[in-house]
Each structure stands twice: as structure tokens, then as C-alpha cells.
Design a protein around this ligand. Structure first.
Ligand SMILES: Nc1nc(O)c(N)c(N[C@@H]2O[C@H](COP(=O)(O)O)[C@@H](O)[C@H]2O)n1
Length: 348
């Protein structure tokens, strides 16, 4: 949805297509020469005065960052400076990730408030009572006004890291999949195909409402299956939606392999040359990072080896540090066995 299409009602929870407003949303940002994987880690790190202690947060997923930040004793003037710390973090997040700045602008004049059920009355408001100071929402709205007026200007492109494993025809990026340069991206969807949270919400928000309209015609998707749509406002021309299993269920690992294989089969049938996968089932469906990584790599590798004539190259797009590390370990081990060529470069 674009700015002029948005109704003037408030956004009172930062979930689903508005999850990008949440500090837990995965996105790289640099602050004082440290690159963080999400705004929560960047914010919690500001409680440390020691740079090495701050650097620990560069490896933390949002929940781990929140826990570690809470266990620290903050500087004595923290209550006075924390709003300014959050403002710096939000500026870094949105100015260094232009697609997020565009999404913030697309919220138009809507009131932004972080409704929550965990009684945070400083950064948000209580969803039940409406009480709270909503400083996160206020800072986001001020940033939006600065972007709209041109007082703040986002970078031309966002920062990410790409590792190539040429012998394997596989790459690994720590990039938001909605910014992928591949012809097709894979969505970790649910059985309704009508959007949800996590990567599903991010893809639907970036693709626009036309994606949901096409998804409505598909009659859902069973676990392990894959369905194709257009990419609409995404850079990718196509989206393949697949439903991964929830961790711990019967035949889950086989279903997870089937997601990768069916997505690749569908892509090949439509002559798609490049495809980006998130690490399926490793988010809200609970697969442990190493297990999800091994199943992903084995399934893709098996398909590529069975189709040596295919021009397909596969990118794994992975925004969580623990998952990225598991993927890098798994792919490096395989590349050492299968190929001596291995490069790893920051982009752009
Ligand atoms: N590459 C990428 N870009 C995003 O914008 C994302 N939100 C994610 N998330 C990853 O997707 C996988 C499925 O998670 P959910 O079921 O959506 O929670 C998981 O690997 C997340 O880390 N990835």
C-alpha cells in the first residue's frame, strides 16, 4: 500500500506488515563503527561504555540482546539519555536501509504507537488500557516527518555481506530477502497463503496488496508444497510460497526438505535462473539453527546435483546472526569437500 492509499487510522501494533517498525525486525545498521543485526541489539549496546562489551551485541539476535541489556547495570544517567540513544538507533536503522525508510513514508500520516501486552508504558502503550507515553512511536513519527521534508536522506543502498561458494552454485547473504536481486524469492508462508508475521509479513508489505489478491486465488498451500505468484512491487519478478513444518512434528525433516525441492522444481519449470531462500522453519516454527541449516543445504545440494544441466544458482538469505553462522559453517564444510574456491566479500 502506498502513502496516498493508506486510510488515516492508527497503526497500533508493530506486527505483520508493520513489523519493520519493531526494534526486533532484522536489519543491519552501523553505529559508532559497529555493525548490529537489529535495532534492539544496537539500542541495548548503548548501555555499555566499553567498546568491546558493545561489540558483543553485534552478534546477538533481538531477544538475546534484550536479555543481555537487562542484565547490565546501565550508566547512572541512562533514564535521561535513553530517548536520545533510541533516536540515534532509529536514524541508523532507517537511513541505512532505504527500503525501510520508504516503508515508513508509506505509513502516511497514520499515528504510530507500539501497543504492547508487556506493560512497557515508556516506549509504547498498554494495548488494553491505552495508557503509555509511546516514545518509540513518537520518535518514528518525527523521523518520518524529517524524511518527508528532506531534512534526513536515506542512503542509496543498504549494507550487507555476501559469501560465494562457486563450486556449489550457492551464495549466502545476510540481507533482508525483500531486497534480493534474485529473479525469485521464496516466502516462508503459512497454509492460508494470506500473509502473517516474520518474513511472510515482510514480503507481503514489500510486494503490496496485489500479492495478497493473487494468493487468495491459490486455495492455500499444504506443508511441504510450493506455489508461484508474481512479485509485484518487489525487485524479484516471482515469489514462491512454501509452508515449512513446525519443529518437533512427525515427518517434519522430510517435509522441510520437500519445501526446498518443490520450490526448486517449480522455479526450474518456469525457467527462473536465480532464487533466494530464507532458512525455512528456523523462525517462528522453531527449528534449531544448525538443524535447519543442515537440512536446507542438503536439500538444495541434492537438487542441484540431480540437475547438473540447470543454470540455477541459489542464494540463502539469512538475517539472524546465529543462523548465518550455522549456514556459513555448513556451506564452508561442504565447499572444502566439494570445491577449493571460496570467497567472502562485503557488499556494496
Ligand atoms: N532473509 C530474511 N529476510 C527477512 O526480511 C526476514 N524476516 C527473514 N526471516 C527469516 O525467515 C525464516 C522464517 O522465519 P519466520 O517463520 O518468518 O519467523 C527464518 O530463517 C527467519 O530468520 N529472513
Amino acid at each position: 500500500m502506498r502513502y496516498y492509499e493508506t486510510p488515516r487510522i492508527s497503526i497500533d501494533r508493530f506486527v505483520e506488515e508493520y513489523e519493520f517498525l519493531n526494534n526486533f525486525y532484522p536489519c543491519r545498521m552501523e553505529l559508532d563503527n559497529i555493525v548490529y543485526p537489529n535495532a534492539e541489539a544496537a539500542y541495548q549496546a548503548q548501555k555499555c561504555t566499553d567498546t568491546e562489551e558493545k561489540r558483543v551485541f553485534s552478534q546477538l539476535d533481538p531477544m538475546a540482546a534484550k536479555r543481555r541489556g537487562r542484565a547490565l547495570s546501565p550508566p547512572p544517567d541512562w533514564d535521561r539519555v535513553r530517548r536520545r540513544a533510541m533516536e540515534r538507533v532509529l536514524r541508523a536503522k532507517f537511513l541505512q536501509n532505504p527500503e525501510l525508510a520508504a516503508a515508513l513514508l508509506d505509513t502516511g500520516d497514520r499515528m504510530l504507537q507500539e501497543g504492547n501486552g508487556w506493560h512497557d508504558l515508556y516506549w509504547g502503550v498498554d494495548l488494553k488500557t491505552g495508557a503509555g507515553e509511546n516514545h518509540l512511536g513518537l520518535l518514528l513519527m518525527a523521523l518520518r516527518a524529517d524524511l518527508r521534508a528532506g531534512r534526513l536522506v536515506p542512503a542509496a543502498a543498504n549494507l550487507y555481506h555476501r559469501a560465494a561458494f562457486p563450486g556449489l552454485r550457492i551464495c549466502l547473504e545476510d540481507r533482508d530477502i525483500t531486497c534480493s536481486d534474485c529473479a525469485c524469492i521464496v516466502n516462508a508462508a503459512n497454509e492460508t497463503l494470506l500473509g502473517g508475521s516474520g518474513v511472510d509479513g515482510a514480503i507481503h508489505r514489500a510486494a503490496g496488496p496485489e500479492l495478497r489478491a493473487e494468493c487468495r486465488l491459490l486455495g492455500g498451500c499444504r506443508t511441504g508444497e510450493a506455489k508461484l505468484t508474481k512479485g509485484y512491487r518487489l525487485k524479484a519478478a516471482h515469489v514462491i510460497h512454501t509452508v515449512g513444518p513446525v519443529y518437533g512434528g512427525p515427518d517434519g525433516d522430510e517435509a522441510l526438505s520437500a519445501c526446498y525441492q518443490n520450490a526448486l522444481e517449480l522455479a526450474a519449470a518456469h525457467h527462473i535462473p536465480t532464487i533466494a531462500f530464507p532458512i525455512l522453519s528456523a523462525g517462528k516454527f522453531g527449528y534449531p539453527p544448525q538443524k535447519a541449516a543442515e537440512i536446507a543445504v542438503a536439500a538444495v545440494r541434492r537438487w542441484l546435483e540431480a540437475h547438473p544441466e540447470s543454470p540455477m544458482t541459489v542464494t540463502f538469505s539469512c538475517v539472524q546472526p546465529a543462523l548465518y553462522a550455522a549456514m556459513e559453517k555448513t556451506l564452508s564444510r561442504l565447499a572444502r569437500r566439494g570445491s577449493s574456491a571460496l570467497t567472502s566479500d562485503p557488499v556494496p
